[in-house]
Design a protein around this ligand. Structure first.
Ligand code: XMP
Length: 323
């Protein structure tokens, strides 16, 4: 529309004025906000932008490829992908506590991202002076409104750099609400799978495995989650459902009978919720035949899963995620 088009034009001009002929870095999370912010900055300054995607190995099926292929195809952005899944899995070994998992994932993420920033700083080319962030209007209001700078410290064995590098922030979505961000993303040619994406937590599948996070468990949960998402999309429920965490109860086993014998596997929980803002939520009364299809497919197709259960708790008292 004209309004969306004018937002894009205005922001492109503002970004060009701010960045000049210097370079900028943008971290992509796989989420809507960082993708749209990056696409806007890319439109404004092209190859002066480098995007960084840290693959922590905790994404759902196809999500990393969406960033690596679809985002790059739609924007032409320079993308640096860091495959850090081994590192995250090692750091998460033997950890079951949800807050401990969050702390570890957050810490490793910052370390890997800073290392990537330092590598970009060492490349030939104009000074890297800017960090792009997908801050939205509601985030600005919540945090009291200031614009800012971000520091990175060169404490990870990279020589020849100043001790402390300061970036100026570029935040082209600061005046926008979520629905406007989606329109801007669509205007910039980003695919629907990126622009209409439902919320997904930063720590990813790491907080959807109740118990220790291992590669096998992640693979299994990714399969179950992909089946649930596929069937929900086929049934046309993506708008009605705010998000539907699929959770692996890795520390629980239950008896089943499959094929010619008794099995002793794990349950998968489906947590479809309806919500406006994730602060409160209700469990979605979704059609039984869709639930049935998901259950049949998951128990048939996913090894070691012999039971699918439905979470019928509102928030409060239950949170949306299980951890
Ligand atoms: P809860 O489970 O608190 O979730 O009802 C509310 C919303 O926040 C998401 N969520 C997270 N997002 N990092 C994130 O970026 C996190 O650690 C995290 N935990 C929960 C959740 O998916 C829901 O949309």
């Amino acid at each position: 529309s004209w309004t969306t088009g004018s937002i894009v034009e205005e922001q492109v001009a503002a970004i060009r004025a701010q960045v000049g002929d210097k370079r900028a870095i943008c971290g992509l999370s796989g989420g809507v906000d960082s993708a749209v912010a990056a696409a806007l900055v890319q439109k404004a300054i092209g190859s002066q932008l480098t995007c960084v995607y840290v693959d922590h190995g905790l994404m759902r099926k196809g999500e990393t490829e969406q960033v690596e292929k679809d985002f790059v195809a739609a924007t032409g952005a320079n993308l640096k992908v860091v495959d850090a899944s081994e590192r995250f899995l090692n750091a998460l070994a033997r950890v079951s506590d949800p807050e401990e998992k969050r702390k570890i994932i957050g810490r490793e993420f910052i370390r890997v991202f800073e290392q990537a920033q330092l590598e970009i700083l060492q490349e030939d080319g104009p000074e890297v002076a800017f960090l792009v962030q997908g801050t939205l209007y509601p985030d600005v209001v919540e945090s009291g409104g200031g614009t800012g700078t971000a520091n990175i410290k060169s404490h990870h064995n990279v020589g020849g750099l100043p001790d402390d590098i300061e970036f100026e922030l570029v935040e082209p979505l600061r005046q926008l609400f979520k629905d406007e961000v989606r329109s801007v993303g669509a205007e910039l040619g980003l695919p629907d799978e990126i622009v209409q994406r439902q919320p997904f937590p930063g720590p990813g599948l790491g907080i959807r495995i109740v118990g220790e996070v291992t590669r096998d468990r992640l693979d299994l949960l990714r399969e179950a989650d992909a089946i649930a998402r596929e069937e929900l999309t086929t049934a046309g429920l993506d708008r009605e459902i705010w998000q539907c965490p699929v959770v692996l109860l890795a520390d629980v086993r239950s008896v089943g009978v499959q094929g010619d014998g008794r099995t002793y596997g794990h349950p998968i929980v489906l947590r479809p919720v309806s919500s406006e803002d994730a602060m409160t939520a209700d469990w979605t009364r979704m059609p039984y035949d869709v639930l049935s299809k998901i259950s049949t497919r998951i128990t048939n197709e996913v090894k070691d899963v012999n039971r699918v259960v439905l979470d019928v708790t509102s928030k409060p008292p239950g949170t949306i995620e299980w951890e």
